[in-house]
Design a protein around this ligand. Structure first.
Ligand code: URA
Length: 258
């Protein structure tokens, strides 16, 4: 008899299971608890948070990228910088400093940022470090109209401090447009800040004298990082290394001559 009940229960249980799997609601039958195998309910899934709408990019009237892209000449770029609000950077400076020299020269030099005298005169590299830069260029036979000199930051930072990363990012679209408009064959990057902005590489002591390639608007331009002349004024013993770098620059320029 016991055997009969057990096999009845077995049959019933498998029938209930079959209905259950077929998705049929089976009412509670008066069976022993052990007969009815209750299927564990799937654990409640956490409700995913409602999908957020992607934020539209914020283009303020002050976004430098479209302003720079709209400049079709160096004169237009200068006018755009003159009226550009770069916040604390332009508030603390007398004027935007763009460039000096020959915009058609094959060599474009990029320094860090204007200093006090550059801020007064509105021209880059006209102070003591600029005078050394001119002597360095003259030493490899380059006259005043054989290079085009600019910076990666267009305003003198308050108290002559280094431009901070946000300020450099703000200047970046203008720097890129400046290079696109001047179309240099070779870039000379004076100092670690200029090197980092243009190549993404840090460490001027390790990387000076190593040619890099900088892509601007789809154009690859050979770029040579060298010590900043202001640094050479403080560390004149490094001038021998700077001289090697200048010779390397002269060789590269010779490839584009004629
Ligand atoms: N140092 C720079 O990097 N740029 C200047 O214009 C002057 C000093």
């Amino acid at each position: 008899m016991r055997l009969y009940i057990v096999s009845m229960e077995k049959a019933l249980r498998s029938l209930i299971d079959w209905y259950d799997r077929a998705g049929v609601e089976v009412p509670d039958l008066p069976l022993e608890r052990s007969v009815r195998r209750v299927r564990p309910k799937p654990a409640a899934q956490p409700t995913p948070p409602p999908a957020r709408k992607p934020k539209a990019p914020v283009f303020t009237a002050n976004d430098p990228a479209p302003i720079a892209a709209a400049c079709n000449t160096i004169a237009e770029l200068k006018a755009a910088l003159d009226s550009y609000d770069a916040g604390a950077l332009s508030d603390g400076a007398r004027q935007a400093v763009l460039a000096r020299g020959n915009p058609d020269a094959p060599l474009m030099i990029l320094g860090e940022a204007p200093g006090a005298q550059e801020d007064r005169d509105g021209l880059p590299f006209v102070g003591r470090s600029g005078q050394l830069l001119d002597r360095m260029l003259a030493a490899i036979g380059l006259g005043a109209d054989e290079s085009y000199i600019a910076n990666v930051c267009f305003w003198r930072p308050p108290n002559n401090r280094k431009p901070d990363p946000a300020e450099l990012e703000l200047c970046r679209p203008f720097v890129a447009r400046h290079i696109q408009l001047a179309k240099p064959k070779v870039l000379l990057l004076t100092g670690g800040v200029s090197m980092e902005v243009m190549t993404g590489v840090k460490g001027i002591m390790r990387n000076r004298g190593q040619w890099a390639s900088v892509n601007v608007g789809g154009q690859d331009i050979p770029a040579l990082p060298i010590y900043h002349p202001a640094f050479l004024l403080r560390q004149p013993e490094l001038k021998a290394e700077a001289w090697q770098d200048l010779l390397s620059l002269r060789e590269k320029l010779a490839e584009f001559a004629g």
